[in-house]
Design a protein around this ligand. Structure first.
Ligand SMILES: Cc1cc2nc3c(=O)[nH]c(=O)nc-3n(C[C@H](O)[C@H](O)[C@H](O)COP(=O)(O)OP(=O)(O)OC[C@H]3O[C@@H](n4cnc5c(N)ncnc54)[C@H](O)[C@@H]3O)c2cc1C
Length: 236
């Protein structure tokens, strides 16, 4: 059964800058004291009768249902970014959720390909940790695109995950690598084109901006993937 959508109040426990423009917050739930959610779901923060901003849950259900983490790119600079930038420990905040169907179905035997554009990594991070925290043996690939290496939030974690689990392939890709960058250079759809030889038995999860989602899907469909085998979460 899908987790129920509820009105929540929570206290900010910690605020961290993961990169100069990416902020992660830990929220201790006050009401309800615990929240049921699936990795990949999001919360909606109200800013008026018809103004809301959505934020994916960065933590996993196994981290503890009394606490969730959210993570935002605050560069867009609108009302949601300002709210995030101004969060301080001790503050009480309100939001609603969990919502959303960008979740991994374990009963599905296909092997997953995850593709994240910048902050689109947030729900994918939750799904990946959830899979590996609870035992997952199938080959899994993460293609994670950012403009340059300084935007790769959670990069260290994914490198660690790839060392611990040989079935997990981590492929970060940046447009502007700078000196000493050991990884791939370019755009996410190009890397999908080059590194995914066949799509049989594959299911894709793509999160980020609309253009990137459309381009990645076009590459996969051209390789023979069914359109509906590409699940997506459009952030902007
Ligand atoms: C299901 C869902 C989950 C989301 N989860 C997250 C999340 O976990 N973390 C997060 O940071 N955002 C997430 N977003 C986006 C978030 O809801 C806001 O849109 C974002 O924070 C910008 O809000 P804002 O009020 O600061 O700027 P706005 O005034 O709403 O946006 C300003 C402009 O920036 C564009 N834009 C918004 N975000 C980006 C971006 N990251 N990169 C480039 N352009 C952008 C918008 O399309 C708009 O043109 C999610 C969106 C959806 C629909």
């Amino acid at each position: 059964m899908a987790p129920q959508v509820v009105e929540c109040r929570a206290r900010v426990e910690a605020v961290r800058s993961l990169t100069p423009e990416i902020v992660e917050v830990d929220l201790r739930l006050l009401e309800p004291a615990e929240l049921s959610f699936e990795a990949g779901q999001w919360m909606s923060v109200p800013f008026g009768p018809k103004r809301v901003r959505a934020y994916s849950i960065a933590s996993t259900p196994a981290t503890g249902r009394g606490r969730i983490s959210l993570c935002a790119d605050v560069a867009p600079g609108g009302i949601g970014s300002r709210w995030f930038r101004e969060l301080r420990p001790g503050q009480v905040v309100e939001f609603r959720g969990p919502t959303g169907g960008f979740v991994f179905n374990r009963a599905d035997p296909r092997r997953p390909l995850f593709v994240a554009e910048e902050i689109g990594i947030v729900p994918i991070r939750s799904i990946l940790w959830d899979l590996y925290q609870t035992g997952f043996g199938r080959p899994t690939t993460l293609i994670y695109w950012c403009r340059d290496p300084s935007w790769l939030a959670y990069d260290g974690e994914f490198r660690l995950l790839a060392r611990r689990f040989p079935s997990f392939a981590y492929l970060p890709v940046v447009r502007e690598p700078g000196p000493g960058w050991p990884g791939e250079r370019g755009e996410a759809p190009d890397l999908v084109e080059r590194t995914i030889p066949g799509v049989e038995g594959l299911i894709a999860y793509v999160a980020g901006g609309r253009d990137a989602i459309n381009k990645v899907r076009a590459v996969l469909v051209a390789k023979g993937m069914e359109r509906k085998a590409v699940k997506w979460e459009k952030f902007w």
